[in-house]
Design a protein around this ligand. Structure first.
Ligand code: UDP
Ligand code: MG
Length: 322
């Protein structure tokens, strides 16, 4: 192994929202993993599991607090309200960065294979600052989830937001990357797109994604779409360029239409063109409204960015309780 001398302190960061059914099932496996890696001398013995309670309405936070009382390998932070997965994740890794050399972010539902953490740590020990967890296949996802996810990545890339294909938020980040990620001040978060922009040496680890062990997904179609729109508008202005291009093309076609109608009039070959006129009007109305919507989306983003509201507020931590 090159580069790194001492085993790093690892924090596994796990955002949780209404996960009382899942946590008692998956927490022991995270604990096992940390212990295994410490025994293998791949990570430091001060490594921890950090749960982020994202304003859950059920007993998730109480469960987290109970864990930390039984075993100090567990830690928890509680956000003042539900801020969404991306913000909860950022809260966790930014909190962890003060205590550790590397973080691995993972969902708490057991869908991502925790054994990939071994290879992630190896990747770091070999000199990578970022290790992306990439899904091999999506056999266990429902047909709808699989197709919508594939479309999501394709759309993002076409729209100019470069992301790692089939990579969600399962990744290792070194403290160096975390330090620079802190300088990205945007309020509208899309971590999958932001991390590649930080740069540094990166590598991928492939794993199988399985079913949720309990509970249900928090990403129905509506939330998936909003994540996709966020991803595109946060990282690229390509949609605005596409609108401009469509505008120019439509204008050119209309110009040809004008010439055609003038010639038709002069050759007195005019017929009552009500249907075609209505169709053209409706089409242009639609194009204009869509364009305004896209531009409005960007203006809305600018509005929120200028407010620079805090991305999350930590209301309490299990460290305070000690
Ligand atoms: N999550 C969160 N805040 C939210 C929604 C989800 O912290 O507002 C967490 C959730 O507890 C889980 C992870 O984000 O650990 C991914 O959510 P989920 O499993 O529902 O998404 P999917 O795997 O279906 O895409
Ligand atoms: Mg999940």
């Amino acid at each position: 192994m090159k580069g790194r001398k001492n085993p790093p302190v690892l924090y596994i960061v796990i955002p949780c929202y209404n996960e009382e059914a899942v946590l008692p099932l998956t927490a022991p496996s995270f604990e096992q993993k940390i212990k295994e890696l410490i025994t293998l001398n791949k990570i430091d013995k001060n490594s921890k599991i950090l749960f982020v309670n994202d304003g859950s309405k059920d007993s998730t936070w109480e469960i987290i607090c109970d864990f930390t009382k039984i075993n100090p390998i567990f830690k928890g932070i509680c956000l003042s309200r539900n801020q969404g997965h991306q913000n909860a994740l950022l809260a966790g890794i930014m909190y962890a960065k003060n205590y550790c050399d590397i973080t691995v972010s993972i969902d708490c539902d057991g869908q991502d294979d925790i054994n990939a953490i071994n290879q992630m740590v190896d990747g770091y020990l070999d000199g990578a600052e970022i290790v992306y967890g990439v899904r091999n296949r999506r056999k266990t996802d429902s047909f709808f989830k699989r197709v919508s996810a594939q479309c999501f990545y394709k759309l993002l890339n076409v729209m100019g937001a470069q992301t790692v294909y089939n990579h969600a938020d399962y990744r290792l980040l070194s403290s160096l990357v975390l330090k620079h990620l802190e300088d990205f001040k945007e309020v509208n978060l899309y971590l999958r797109g932001m991390i590649p922009l930080v740069g540094f040496k990166s590598t991928c680890v492939y794993y199988e994604r399985t079913r949720r062990v309990a509970g249900k997904s928090h990403y129905p179609l509506g939330k998936m779409l909003s994540l996709a729109i966020n991803g595109i508008t946060n990282l690229s202005v390509k949609p605005i360029r596409i609108i401009t291009t469509i505008g120019i093309i439509v204008a050119l076609i209309s110009f040809l239409g004008i010439i055609w109608s003038v010639i038709s009039r002069l050759t007195s070959n005019t017929v009552a063109g009500w249907a075609s006129l209505t169709a053209i009007l409706c089409f242009l109305g639609g194009v204009q409204l869509t364009s305004l919507g896209v531009i409005g989306e960007y203006i809305g983003k600018i509005y929120l960015e200028t407010k620079a509201r805090p991305k999350y507020i930590i209301s309490e931590t299990t460290d305070d309780q000690e």
